[in-house]
Ligand binder design. Structure first.
Ligand SMILES: Nc1ncnc2c1ncn2[C@@H]1O[C@H](COP(=O)(O)OP(=O)(O)OP(=O)(O)O)[C@@H](O)[C@H]1O
Length: 248
């Protein structure tokens, strides 16, 4: 993989990807995402957003169907071999490793780092506003700082796809905006394809060009995020977003 090249993302195609948790309802996804797109994945609680991202990342295995990333069938690849980085709502970091080591894992899972890798870690920490905190353990960081460490690791991994599963749900609004800006900057630099699961229409509005509406274990609707957010798409989406807004 080219780690220094100019921005590039990979297209993602899910073809009749089928899955079910033991005893759970059937889940089935068909989806096509353009390279370097920024996609909001929205939908009711339990609709299957996390499952969609987990299938792409390889944390769950479909019973049938195909998953193509960058034109390659990645269905047989273990998660760490897929051209994908993922950031969760929390628990992205190893508690016993320092900030610098947690970021360094993006280069080598055994932390066998050369000088160029260590320089890349320093650069990523500087880019994410964490210089001076490299030796801290995650417990000595704020929630926002911990998510920045996770993003610093994404930055040095240079993977063509970034999956975000409600990454900022536990942060306050100001910090959240700051983090969304940081994702936008990373995207401008690296051009990776971004899929972000979120319940907050403001996240989608701020960051995403495309909307994927997940409902009942399937992709119910896709299109320009602006149309969804303007209320110009399905009643089901409007009801979902309306109910989220009432909850605030
Ligand atoms: N590990 C699991 N074992 C069994 N069922 C699961 C598991 N994880 C999720 N499910 C079920 O699968 C369905 C889809 O869950 P998923 O977590 O993908 O939804 P979601 O849209 O991400 O929800 P939320 O917005 O609440 O995070 C739900 O009915 C959920 O209860």
């Amino acid at each position: 993989m080219n780690r220094t090249a100019s921005p590039q993302g990979a297209p993602i195609i899910l073809e009749d990807l089928r899955f079910a948790y033991p005893g759970g309802a059937p889940i089935r996804f068909d989806l096509s995402v353009e390279a370097s797109d920024m996609v909001a994945v929205m939908g009711p609680s339990g609709s299957g957003k996390s499952t969609l991202l987990s299938l792409i990342a390889g944390f769950e295995s479909p019973s049938s169907g195909r998953l193509l990333i960058g034109g390659e069938d990645v269905g047989g690849l273990a998660p760490h071999r897929r051209p994908v980085s993922m950031v969760f709502q929390e628990n992205n970091l190893f508690a016993h490793l320092s900030v610098a080591e947690n970021v360094g894992l993006g280069r080598s899972v055994r932390l066998h780092l050369g000088e160029a890798d260590r320089q890349a870690v320093r650069d990523a920490l500087a880019r994410t506003g964490l210089s001076g905190k490299e030796d801290r353990l995650p417990q000595a960081l704020s929630g926002g700082e911990r998510q920045r460490v996770a993003l610093a690791r994404v930055l040095i991994r240079h993977r063509p796809v970034l999956l975000l599963d409600e990454p900022f749900a536990s942060l306050g609004p100001a910090l959240r905006d700051e983090m969304l800006d940081l994702i936008a900057q990373l995207h401008a630099e690296q051009g990776m394809t971004v899929l972000m699961a979120t319940h907050d229409p403001r996240d989608a509005e701020r960051l995403c060009r495309t909307m994927v509406f997940v409902d009942g274990g399937t992709i119910a609707e896709t299109g320009p995020a602006s149309e969804f957010l303007a209320g110009a798409r399905s009643e089901a989406f409007n009801r979902y977003v309306g109910s989220r807004r009432e909850m605030k």
